[in-house]
Design a protein around this ligand. Structure first.
Ligand SMILES: Cc1cc2nc3c(=O)[nH]c(=O)nc-3n(C[C@H](O)[C@H](O)[C@H](O)COP(=O)(O)OP(=O)(O)OC[C@H]3O[C@@H](n4cnc5c(N)ncnc54)[C@H](O)[C@@H]3O)c2cc1C
Length: 398
């Protein structure tokens, strides 16, 4: 039997960040993942924004930050293109190579002192008590063998299909309408006007989501679509129709297919319990509007790891002690996820005609010489119903 202070289940970005920060805080840490290669297969469009990286203290590394992104293009249902590039936007970003990034994050955890075990799947968990307090015993399958890990704290970072939190009594089920079904090809031969801007295609054809083209360098891009998981038509049918309808993709060929879900219904009811912390997709730490979960998940992992290490030093693994994680996460994110969820509900209610009107209102403006008040004036030129909806979305984002 192996023994540790903190067992992190899942070596995605959230789990690796948790393992790193628990180890830096002085705890003995084991990080397990059921995959034989961390980061593969990817289930991500690989977009990340600069201020998120700064927030986390992660310097972009050319090994994984493969394409500089200078802004984006919003494409309305009537194909009006609203370009928000470096001449307007202060914020930039990267398309990253997740297969490299996830390993880089796990290596960082290892360098901080965490023990990494790949091809190790948590199968079942029981709890017990000894002279030092309560603990969990986790049965894991490693290759064809069963091993047992005794731990004071579990950090569940087991991704969008998370089972760990539920097995430990937390209501973490995602309703079908709160699950984004994503499907994506990595394609070569893509010929967008600018290969340093992300493209977001809006409209009813995405059934409550959006389609994207995220350039990855040269003529390569992630081309995907995220729709409501409860849709009657398959996401891949929506995606294939989009590719056929969009000329810059007519000569593009797929070299990879990525399929995955993402919880966009906001955070689960409770992200901590006795001897337990939950982070990343498993906790619903995802922006419901963009479906971005890398930054918010790492932030969750980092905070969970720090709180776990302190709890180990204090020898107090109770939910009262671990509650600090939830409080700190809300403080750091300024309660962003519930606000973004509200904004997403409004976004989903917009018809194609509404989206066209909004994009037209913001098309061709002299953004460089506009201040926030000017944006409000533009919004209020729209019908009042739309202006109010837009106000709710802006309030959540900015
Ligand atoms: C199509 C699509 C596009 C996306 N695009 C973006 C984007 O552009 N930008 C962005 O920020 N986010 C994006 N996301 C979301 C992002 O990919 C996730 O939010 C992020 O990967 C969450 O990280 P995580 O560490 O919580 O979980 P994951 O990365 O899912 O990692 C969970 C890990 O847990 C392991 N695991 C699960 N169960 C067990 C077990 N029982 N035992 C051991 N190991 C286990 C898995 O093998 C996995 O490695 C996208 C998602 C999808 C589906």
């Amino acid at each position: 039997m192996l023994e540790t202070d903190v067992l992190v289940i899942g070596a995605g970005p959230a789990g690796s960040a948790a393992a790193k920060h628990a180890a830096l805080g002085g705890a003995d840490v084991i990080l397990i993942d059921k995959k034989s290669e961390i980061g593969t297969p990817k289930r991500c469009a690989e977009g990340i924004y600069d201020h998120g990286l700064k927030w986390l203290g992660i310097d972009p590394d050319p090994q994984w930050a493969v394409q500089r992104i200078n802004g984006g293009v919003i494409i309305a249902p009537d194909k009006t293109r609203l370009t928000l590039d470096e001449s307007i936007l202060p914020e930039k970003g990267y398309i990253i190579e997740r297969k490299v990034f996830d390993k880089y994050m796990a290596m960082d955890a290892a360098r901080a002192g965490a023990k990494i075990m790949v091809k190790t799947r948590a199968k079942s968990i029981t709890n017990d008590e000894d002279a030092n307090g309560s603990f969990y015993l986790v049965d894991c399958e490693q290759m064809d063998e069963m091993i047992e890990i005794k731990t004071r704290i579990i950090i569940a970072a087991d991704g969008p299909e998370s089972r760990i939190a539920k097995a430990l009594g937390i209501n973490s089920t995602t309703k079908p309408e709160d699950m984004m079904a994503g499907v994506q090809y990595e394609m070569v031969g893509v010929n967008c006007e600018r290969m340093d801007l992300v493209e977001l295609h809006l409209g009813a054809f995405t059934n409550g989501g959006y389609a994207w083209v995220f350039p990855k360098g040269d003529d390569i891009a992630n081309v995907g679509i995220g729709i409501k998981a409860s849709s009657e038509k398959l996401a891949i049918d929506f995606l294939n129709e989009f590719i056929q309808s969009y000329p810059p993709l007519h000569n593009a060929k797929a070299v990879e297919l990525n399929v995955g879900g993402d919880p966009i219904g906001g955070m689960i009811e409770r992200i901590y319990d006795d001897n337990l912390l939950i982070c990343g997709d498993a906790a619903g730490q995802v922006d419901p509007i963009t479906c971005g979960g890398i930054i918010l998940g790492i932030l969750g992992g980092m905070t969970a790891g720090q709180v776990a290490a302190k709890a180990i030093i204090d020898k107090d693994y109770s939910h009262e002690r671990l509650k600090e994680y939830s409080i700190r996460y809300d403080e750091i994110t300024h309660g962003a996820i519930p606000k973004l969820k509200k904004a997403h509900d409004v976004f989903r209610s917009l018809s194609d005609d509404d989206l066209n009107q909004i994009v037209h209102a913001f098309y061709g403006l002299d953004y460089k010489n506009m201040d926030p008040k000017d944006f409000i004036k533009v919004a209020f030129k729209l019908p009042i119903r739309l202006a109010l909806k837009l106000g709710t979305i802006f309030k959540a984002i900015f």
